[in-house]
Design a protein around this ligand. Structure first.
Ligand code: PLP
Length: 448
């Protein structure tokens, strides 16, 4: 399998083997995890490049990279080789007691890649949510203030610290009484549904007045940091204007707030820059990364300015913030190999070039489809296609139909956003033009 193939359906998905596996899974997995219906899900067996193959032999073009994870392609051979070789010599170490050399190399690399001059420091972890926990704890230590300003539509993960700054009642309501109550939430720069009903750029980023008001309000004195996704991923691929982020940085500087950029989704080339904040030239104080960093191995990091990160006390034998798999050698090797692939294959530039082609395809599709596509937005290879009803209300049913139809055409696409009405496109950065066309055609076909 080259990874550059188009979709090919040999049995209507989900085929018999997928159905059989789902039956078995339903009996043993918590019912909350895997959604299943007559049309969903398929079980994947293999992957390469931008292709996935299911257990019934169907080949798909993957427009998701599994939520942006498979950045250098599914089972990228260089990453697989690095994992195999590291696993053979030392699969797991004692990361925070007796470290390993690959951890040193990865920490050095992350400090060198993160935007901004000057010394930096890293806290490694396994998931995106943990990287956010590291950032929130760091901010509390560095500022002496527990409060964090966050945004509507934000998704920062579902562990309790991260959930506190994640928006959406769906995730929060069942656990509200166990949350820390340190978050203050204000509207994000969601220009398509502007909270002030203004139009960019003539609005002059007026929605930042919400941030100023929150800081002048009762919680203001306890707020030490702002956490923001430069492009909201799970929130529906909402891209804030560059000058909004720049102006937010200015507010943080003026009010002595730390700026945490959560680039768990948008980092490592996804948007046509190493990190999405580079589009505006904003340098965050703390940067959270994960997902595409290792192309599929669970590893994440919080990288920060040394002056901020040095708020952590020196370890006196027991670290106050760590985890069993921190600095996992196999994960570090995977991340180093993945970063090396991004560099050697020029995937950051490729994301920008292919992204421009995808933008043209999506905008042409929007013209043809008409008002059912309310908004097309994104950067690089991170795009959202917002589907709406005649009255411009979110059309989640239509998005669900597209997802199912596309699967039957051999294309994997997901619906995101609070109303699940945004087709979310974040393919592997190695995807070809033909594969993108194939994917967009399937979406168009579903919408026709
Ligand atoms: C921006 C952002 N932050 C954090 C997370 C949480 O990452 P994880 O699911 O690995 O905990 C996600 C996951 O989608 C994300 O998109």
């Amino acid at each position: 399998m080259t990874g550059e193939e188009l979709g090919r359906i040999v049995v209507e998905p989900p085929g018999p083997r997928s159905r059989e596996l789902m039956k078995r899974l339903r009996a043993v997995e918590s019912s909350n995890i895997t959604f299943s219906s007559d049309e969903f899900p398929v079980f994947f067996d293999r992957g390469a490049g931008a292709n996935l193959i299911d257990v019934d032999g169907n080949t798909y073009v993957d427009l998701t990279a599994a939520f942006g994870v498979a950045s250098t392609g599914h089972s990228n051979p260089a990453v697989v080789e690095a994992v195999a070789s590291q696993a053979q010599s030392l699969l797991h170490g004692i990361g925070d007691v007796h470290p390993n050399e690959v951890k040193v190399a990865l920490a050095e690399k992350l400090c060198a890649l993160a935007p901004g001059d000057g010394a930096k420091r890293v806290i490694l972890s396994s998931t995106g949510a943990e990287a956010v926990e590291s950032a929130i704890k760091t901010a509390a230590l560095a500022t002496g203030k527990p409060g964090v300003l966050c945004f509507t539509g934000a998704y920062h993960g579902l562990t309790y610290g991260a959930l506190e700054v994640t928006d959406r009642d769906f995730f929060r309501a069942p656990f509200q009484r166990q949350l820390g109550n340190f978050a203050t939430r204000v509207p994000y720069a969601y220009c398509y549904r502007c909270p002030l009903e203004l139009t960019y750029p003539s609005c002059e980023t007026a929605c930042l007045s919400y941030v100023e008001e929150a800081m002048d309000g009762p919680a203001g004195d306890s707020i030490g940091a702002v956490i923001v996704e430069p492009i909201q991923g799970r929130g529906g691929d909402v891209d804030a204007p560059d000058d909004w982020l720049l102006d937010l940085r200015e507010i943080c500087d003026r009010r002595k707030l730390l700026l945490i950029a959560d680039e768990v989704y948008s980092g490592f080339g996804r948007t046509g820059r190493w990190f999405a904040c580079e589009h505006s030239g904003v340098v965050p104080d703390l940067l959270c990364v994960g997902k595409g960093m290792a192309s599929g191995f669970p590893i994440s990091a919080c990288i920060g300015r040394a002056e901020v990160m040095d708020a952590w006390p020196a370890s006196a034998g027991e670290a106050i913030h760590t985890s069993t798999f921190l600095g996992h050698p196999t994960g570090c090797a995977a991340a180093l190999a993945s970063i090396a692939q991004i560099e050697s294959l020029g995937l950051v530039e490729r994301a920008a070039t292919m992204g421009a082609q995808l933008e043209a395809m999506l905008k042409e599709a929007a013209e043809e489809v008409g008002p059912a596509i309310g908004h097309v937005r994104g950067r690089g290879l991170m795009w959202g296609v917002e589907l709406v009803k005649d009255d411009e209300q979110p059309d989640g049913d239509s998005a669900a139909r597209v997802v199912t139809h596309a699967l039957r055409c051999g294309v994997v696409v997901l619906a995101g956003g609070p109303a699940s009405n945004v087709l979310s496109l974040s393919p592997p950065l190695v995807i070809t033009r033909e594969q993108l066309e194939f994917g967009v055609d399937a979406i168009m076909d579903a919408l026709a």
